[in-house]
Each structure stands twice: as structure tokens, then as C-alpha cells.
Ligand binder design. Structure first.
Ligand code: HEC
Length: 149
């Protein structure tokens, strides 16, 4: 057994971690939130393609994507509140930390609209899906205009 190596590994995994968070440092939290946004983009794009008719509508797949979005849209926000986050990084604008309440409430609205999208997707009603998707999608640009470089 290579005990010193194991001990060093455990130390490196635990010593730098922020208490109560999934992140080792502010940089790690940027990786996390950007990964979450990328997953949001992927799952959203497939529903968008179905609604545009670029791929054929598949109710089960739309439901799966919307369920993923309902979870994924709850993820990025904590990564903006870890110690040191306000020093910026990634494409986040300083305005986020001057208006953190507004920023977080827009994050909550995105997640709430994703839940509504999930309900619409599960109903199998394409018109309802289209309407919920439009409401959901408007959040992205609105927030990026104010808070993303
Ligand atoms: C409440 C604000 C907010 C909302 C709503 C929001 N975003 Fe973002 N988004 C950001 C910020 C801030 C960044 C920059 C993050 C960073 O670089 O650390 C970002 C970055 C991204 C990125 C780039 C990630 C990377 O790899 O650098 C993608 C893709 C993205 N968002 C997609 C979306 C989509 C799609 C939606 C809507 C479904 C959305 N975002 C909704 C704030 C938001």
C-alpha cells in the first residue's frame, strides 16, 4: 500500500474545500457553473430543434430534456456566492455582485420556468410546450445582456 500517496490525495481533496460547498476554490466554482450552463444549452437545443421541425418531435425525449433542465437550472447560482466569487472570473460581470439579489431571483425564475416547461413537455401538448419554451428561453438573453460579458 502506498499510504503516503493516499494521505496526500485525501489531504488535497479535503483541505482546500470550502465548507458546505462542492468547490475547492473560486476557480473551481467557475468551472462548475460554466459546465452547468453548457448542459443547459445542450438540453435546451434539442427541444428547440424539435419545435423548429429540424428534428421530429419525440414526446419522451422532450420530457427527458425538460426534466434535465428543471434540475440543471437550479445548479449555477450557488457558484456565484462562494468566498472570492465577487472577484470575478469567467464571463461574469462585476454587476452580479452589486445586484446579487436581482441576479439570484432571475436564476430562481429560470428554474421556475424550467419546471413549467417540464409540466408542458410531460403533457405531450406541443402548443403548450412551445409557449412554455418561449417563456423559458427569454430568461437567457435578458440575464446575459446585464450580467455576462
Ligand atoms: C440569472 C442569469 C443567467 C440566466 C437566466 C442564464 N444565464 Fe447563462 N450565463 C450567465 C452568466 C453570468 C454566465 C457567465 C458565467 C461564467 O463565465 O462564469 C453565463 C454563461 C453561459 C454560457 C457559457 C458557459 C461557458 O462555458 O463559459 C452558456 C452556454 C449559457 N450561459 C447558456 C444559458 C442559457 C441557454 C440560458 C437560458 C436557458 C442561460 N444561460 C440563462 C448568467 C445567466
Amino acid at each position: 500500500m502506498k499510504k503516503p500517496l493516499l494521505a496526500a490525495l485525501l489531504l488535497s481533496l479535503t483541505s482546500a474545500a470550502y465548507a458546505g460547498s462542492a468547490f475547492t476554490d473560486a476557480k473551481d466554482s467557475i468551472t462548475y457553473r460554466q459546465a452547468a450552463f453548457q448542459m443547459i444549452r445542450h438540453n435546451m437545443a434539442d427541444i428547440s430543434d424539435m419545435l423548429k421541425g429540424d428534428v421530429s418531435y419525440d414526446a419522451a425525449r422532450a420530457s427527458k430534456r425538460a426534466a434535465a433542465l428543471a434540475t440543471l437550472t437550479t445548479l449555477p447560482w450557488e457558484a456565484f456566492s462562494v468566498p472570492g466569487a465577487e472577484q470575478g472570473g469567467g464571463d461574469a460581470k462585476a454587476a452580479i455582485w452589486q445586484n446579487l439579489q436581482d441576479f439570484n431571483s432571475r436564476g430562481e425564475k429560470l428554474a421556475a420556468d424550467a419546471k413549467a416547461l417540464q409540466l408542458a413537455a410531460d403533457s405531450g401538448d406541443q402548443a403548450a410546450l412551445r409557449k412554455a419554451f418561449g417563456t423559458f428561453a427569454r430568461n437567457c438573453k435578458a440575464c446575459h445582456d446585464d450580467y455576462k460579458n
